[in-house]
Design a protein around this ligand. Structure first.
Ligand code: NCD
Length: 313
């Protein structure tokens, strides 16, 4: 058993293994065949932040695996009475849950939960830190269209500063051999991108020039301090991915977005719904990588992984 906290902690073989398993699970489910799900488990789905795609796909993944889920949100719990995250996690452990999937607004909360739960924890997004299963679903989607990630030029456009999706994707894409670019206004690119694997571009057309994949991000206003953000109008004028700006990218570029989309800001409707868009595939593939991730955390590691120090970048 192990936890899935951050793509940054995974080796290339772990990533390929989870993706291969997800591919097989997808093929089985689409063909109406049974999947190799291992023993049935009871897992907690703890969402302390809003979620549509991630939450529903974990529910779907668990149900395809024959797992039982116990749903838990901060607002209906004793955390409203002041209970700490640590005590909440310990309570769930003593309630005999076998695993936990958690989304929380605080970066580092997934590691804390894993430390106290002492069983598998899957990070479904911790603050601005990581969202590993999103990056795995995105990778499966890229592989379906491009066959390999190695050597691709991938531009991650927008609010990189506040995005756990950008961080997990950057680590995964880099580890699998892609060239990663971060594109956006200075105020939305973290000052310490030197710690992230990728080059920074402040001009959209330069940043997406010849890109094979353009990954848009949502402007995450809930994470911005007032006065530190660009206006929606200004962002749209300089950074919107649309038919005209996409001419700079490779002719067979694929366009991605983790959702929820601010339509007309990060992306125009024609692009979001057009043939280059892989957004609906990202949503569907989220189910299969989450099935594979749940299987992976309940399986034994090949060999004890070397301990790596975690840094919140
Ligand atoms: C993202 C998230 O919550 O991190 N969405 C998702 O999980 N599909 C991105 C976002 O909220 O912008």
């Amino acid at each position: 058993m192990r936890s899935l906290i951050a793509i940054r902690h995974l080796e290339r073989e772990d990533i390929s293994g989870i993706l291969e398993q997800a591919k097989q699970m997808k093929a089985a489910i689409l063909a109406g065949k049974p999947v190799d799900s291992g023993p049935p488990r009871t897992i907690g789905l703890l969402f302390f932040e809003n979620s549509t795609r991630t939450r529903v796909s974990f529910e779907q993944a668990a149900s395809y695996l024959g797992f039982r889920t116990v749903n838990f949100s901060g607002s209906g719990s004793s955390m409203r009475k002041g209970e700490t995250l640590k005590d909440t996690i310990l309570t769930l452990k003593h309630e005999r849950l076998e695993g936990v999937v958690m989304r929380h607004w605080c970066s580092g909360s997934a590691s804390l939960a894993a430390r106290h739960f002492e069983g598998p924890v899957v990070n479904a997004g911790d603050g601005q830190h990581e969202h590993p299963t999103q990056a795995l679903g995105d990778a499966l989607t890229i592989l379906e269209r491009k066959e390999t990630i190695d050597g691709l030029r991938v531009a991650i456009v927008g609010d990189v500063a506040h995005s756990r999706v950008a961080r997990s994707n950057a680590w995964l894409l880099h580890r699998m051999g892609a060239e990663v670019r971060f594109v956006g206004p200075r105020s939305l690119i973290p000052g310490h991108t030197a710690k992230l694997p990728g080059e920074t571009y402040y001009d959209l057309r330069n940043g997406i020039s010849d890109a094979d994949v353009v990954m848009c991000l949502r402007l995450q206003r809930e994470r911005m301090e007032s006065g530190h953000s660009v206006s929606a109008g200004e962002y749209r004028r300089l950074y919107q991915v649309n038919r005209s700006t996409l001419r700079a990218a490779a002719p067979d570029v694929m366009v991605m977005h983790p959702g929820p989309i601010n339509r007309g800001i990060e992306l125009d409707d024609l692009t979001a719904d057009g043939h280059a868009s892989a957004i609906s595939d990202q949503v569907t593939n989220g189910i299969f990588v989450r099935m594979a991730a749940l299987r992976w955390v309940f399986s034994e590691p090949r060999s004890a992984p070397a301990k790596k120090k975690e840094a919140n970048v």
